[in-house]
Design a protein around this ligand. Structure first.
Ligand code: NAD
Length: 464
């Protein structure tokens, strides 16, 4: 006889939680989503996504419509589910270490919810937490509040999430791996079986490990990718000082070496988003707590912070002093296809532009409401790219939105006071912008005549 599909609860309906809940519901699992933010829950209950993420809203509407996904604010309801995922945020403290306030609260609430539950339940930490957190923080809280002993009536696993904003649904449905860090074998078996039901017949490779190693894998992964970006940005910062050198071609060539690989070699304004900056800082703080100074990670973080200065320097190269200049910033989201502006490079650049006395006009197809809340009145928010560019002395491309990629280059020359463009994303092949003054990350001065680089097709942009 076929065993019924396990039911699932997801505690924390942010980026990770919502995408997790929606994909479980899509695969036919009875899913319950819980969040403390009642406005968010109300919106999700209507099938409307509180974040912009491709494919999310239709899947959410269908899951809610079919009754496969229910949502609420009461953590006690999680007790009815066989497996309870913890997907609450783990933000940075001022010293860079992770703030586990939400994880602790969620563990307590789930423990209390399970107090009178007699059936075996598995709690799965999906939030990114430093090594040791699941064992030394979540386990005792769960045991204390539930009155249950881990291993017998209750299971606990660490199962880091690797989805990327912008392709989160696709990533959740087709991950390149599953990392399962079980506190005890029974919990590990349950979680594995859950995923076998989810992915059948295409179960991704599974790395079964201790919870501590699972926690470390997540940080090692994000810190590596962040370092790769800071590495190519370092090369870009050198390259742009040298006539006829173009970091795009450097990246294309070195990426052909299988030891290096082509991904994450896109020079730009620095990484952002809710994960890389916070996770690199958390790993640095964690290492320091162990008495080790992680010089490489500190450098990756520092290069990233300073990359905004490099973007502003490029604007100054084209315009001279920025005082009282009008600068159009195209793109606010930390990357395309999301409205997330957390730690977005555009915010760092805008703050520096304003410190230099520039007037900033900004446009983003998705992230304007979020940016308005953070940047306030100091920025003119335009309804479209043309209005942002109108009478501008300089335009800075900060997000690789297709809308900007597809915009005819003559728009710049037609609308701006002086067509000075800083391509901080390397969105355009330099040849496509003939007739404007171009400065781009990692692009050495273009020398006309003999020795000028041959026309080439746009290097394939490999972004996060
Ligand atoms: P988020 O800040 O977008 O969402 C967290 C949600 O948890 C919020 O909606 C909040 O209201 C809710 N919450 C907080 N405390 C709660 C509680 N006690 N009960 C119920 N809900 C509660 O966070 P996110 O971006 O989804 O990230 C969640 C975790 O996953 C973090 O640890 C993050 O590092 C990790 N992660 C994020 C990504 C990403 O791309 N965003 C990718 C992989 C891993």
């Amino acid at each position: 006889m076929k065993t019924p599909r396990p039911s699932v609860s997801v505690v924390g309906l942010g980026y990770v939680g919502l995408c997790t809940a929606v994909t479980f519901a899509k695969k036919g699992f009875s899913t319950l989503g819980i969040d403390i933010d009642s406005a968010r829950v109300e919106q999700v209950a209507k099938g409307r996504a509180p974040i912009h993420e491709p494919h999310l809203e239709p899947l959410l509407a269908r899951a809610v419509g079919k009754g496969r996904l229910r949502v609420g604010t009461d953590p006690a309801a999680a007790a009815e589910s066989d497996v309870i995922f913890v997907t609450v945020g783990t933000p940075s403290r001022p010293d860079g270490s992770i703030d586990t306030t939400y994880v602790r609260a969620a563990a307590r609430e789930i423990g209390m919810a399970l107090r009178n539950q007699e059936d075996y339940r598995v709690v799965v930490v999906k939030s990114t937490v430093v090594p040791g957190t699941t064992r030394s923080l979540v386990k005792p809280l769960l045991e204390e509040t539930s009155g249950k002993k881990l291993g017998l009536e209750l299971g606990l696993c660490m199962n880091p999430e690797f989805l990327k904003e912008g392709t989160a649904i696709e990533d959740a449905l087709h991950p390149d791996k599953l990392v399962l860090g079980a506190m005890d074998p029974r919990a590990g078996r349950h979680l594995r079986q859950l995923y076998e039901r989810f992915y059948r017949p295409r179960m991704p490779p599974v790395v079964q490990t201790t919870p501590e190693t699972a926690e470390m894998i997540k940080y090692a992964s994000n810190a590596f990718l962040a370092t790769k970006i800071s590495y190519i940005n370092t090369i870009a910062n050198i390259a742009q000082q040298v006539p006829r050198v173009d970091v795009e071609q450097v990246a294309q060539a070195i990426g052909l070496d299988p030891r290096i690989g082509p991904l994450f070699l896109k020079a730009g304004p620095g990484y952002g988003g809710s994960c890389f900056p916070k996770d690199v800082k958390a790993l640095i703080a964690f290492a320091r707590g162990l008495g080790y100074e992680p010089a490489l990670l500190k450098a990756a973080d520092e290069v990233n912070e300073q990359q905004a200065d490099r973007v502003v320097e490029l604007s100054e190269r084209l315009c001279g002093s920025l005082k009282d200049k009008r600068v159009a910033v195209l793109g606010l989201a930390f990357k395309k296809d999301t409205d997330d502006i957390r730690e977005a490079a555009a915010l760092r650049v805008i703050r520096r532009l304003r410190n230099k006395g520039a007037h900033v006009a900004a446009y983003d197809p998705m992230a304007m409401p979020a940016a308005r809340r953070v940047l306030g009145d100091g920025v003119d928010f335009a309804d479209n790219p043309e209005n942002a560019l109108a009478s501008a002395d300089c335009a800075i491309i900060m997000t690789e939105w297709d809308q900007f990629r597809e915009m005819p280059p003559e728009v710049y020359a037609r609308t701006m006071r002086s067509p000075n463009i800083v391509d901080a994303r390397r969105l355009y092949p330099p040849e496509a912008l003939d007739g404007v003054n171009l400065a781009a990350i990692g692009l050495g001065e273009r020398v006309r005549g003999r020795g000028a680089p041959a026309k080439r097709p746009a290097a394939r942009a490999v972004t996060r």
